[in-house]
Write a protein that binds this ligand. Sequence first.
Ligand SMILES: *Cc1c(COP(=O)(O)O)cnc(C)c1O
Length: 420
Amino acid sequence: MENETKCLHSGYTPGNTEPRVLPIVQSTTYVYDSTEEIGSVFDEPTKSLIYSRFANPTVMAVESKIADLEGGVGAMCTSSGQAATLLAILNICNSGDSFISVAQIYGGSLNLFSFTLMKMGIECIFVDVEADEDQILAAFKPNTRLVFGETLANPALTVFDIEKFAKIAHAKNVPLIIDNTFPTPVLCKPFDFGADIIVHSTSKYMDGHALQVGGVIVDSGNFDWSGGSFPEITEPDKSYHGIIYTDVYGKAAYIVKARMQLMRDFGVYPSAHSAFLLNIGLETLALRMERYCSNAIVVAEFLSSSDKVDRVNYPGLKSDKYYSLAQKYLKGSGGVITFALKGGKDAAVRFMDSLKLASNAIHVADIRTCVLHPATTTHRQLSESQMLAAGVDPGMIRFSVGLEHVGDIIADIEQALAVV
Ligand SMILES: *Cc1c(COP(=O)(O)O)cnc(C)c1O
């Protein structure tokens, strides 16, 4: 089936007389007839429900929908996008390991990789998104366990060359993890280009309505763990009566381990009600993505034609540095545009404060147009050089085009530009 149909039907198929809409199973626990039966569930934890810290029917329906949309063997929802990125890495890396990430990634990921994982003994080695094969290979060490990139980076709007990085990662027997938040599976399916694991912040386009923070990890099932050095996946797990994930769960070894081990221990699982709201967002995702793209290209072209604008980044523009990669990997460039005014930071602040329809908010990829100044907000804690490496400079405005009529969005920009 196609995206539009999967968005509406995957993950939940009601039986005779059952509710048409995905039910909210708001319960921490599940009842069993006997002590023996409840005990046996711990031997086969994927067969029945134990406790809503790591599995719940409403959340599982959404997991299955997202796995289907991405073309993966399984998915696990988390309470935030940050939690998804953290667990996706901790599922592979231990203290003493390292991994490679491109520098052009979400600010929260950059902070997690540069500081918090470092404190846990996991080293991140950054390479530029445009690094060539030799430069990427030079970043590998004997303890490198994975490569990380972001399909369409927030807020740098660089397009990650998935095939190039996948080929190098696989030659080194490590998986490629992709943050696919901005394109969503509607605009890009990274598994088709060789990515092995996908993470999302579902707080953005997937939810779409700015209702709840969430994340998800999706496993392609394609990576051969036995070909590399991943004893936690291919050898007995002491914390789970010696289970060998690749033996018991085959292609789903990675994602089952993430649930049985990490979700059990960290407990960053969403509530049934959050998953229910996320599902409503997902139902219209394919339709909404189309409109974000068609609105954003009009806005990007309008900005490009203004003499007050210094530069515009939007990979859907023919003049954009990433246009050809976007043509290859994306079915559309989404709703987020970054640009700078000729007056730099002061003009940016003036412009943003003059917008009437677009709201100034720490959010992006909402149905309502919103705007943000990364240098003084999401990237405020970074040093100037880290900020520049992440693709953020003091004059940059991140403009998230919503689903209002594009004429109204442009009228708002026009009146705010007039004040600058
Ligand atoms: C927002 C975001 C995250 C973090 O997600 P939260 O849900 O806010 O924790 C990760 N990656 C990208 C690309 C994001 O935009």
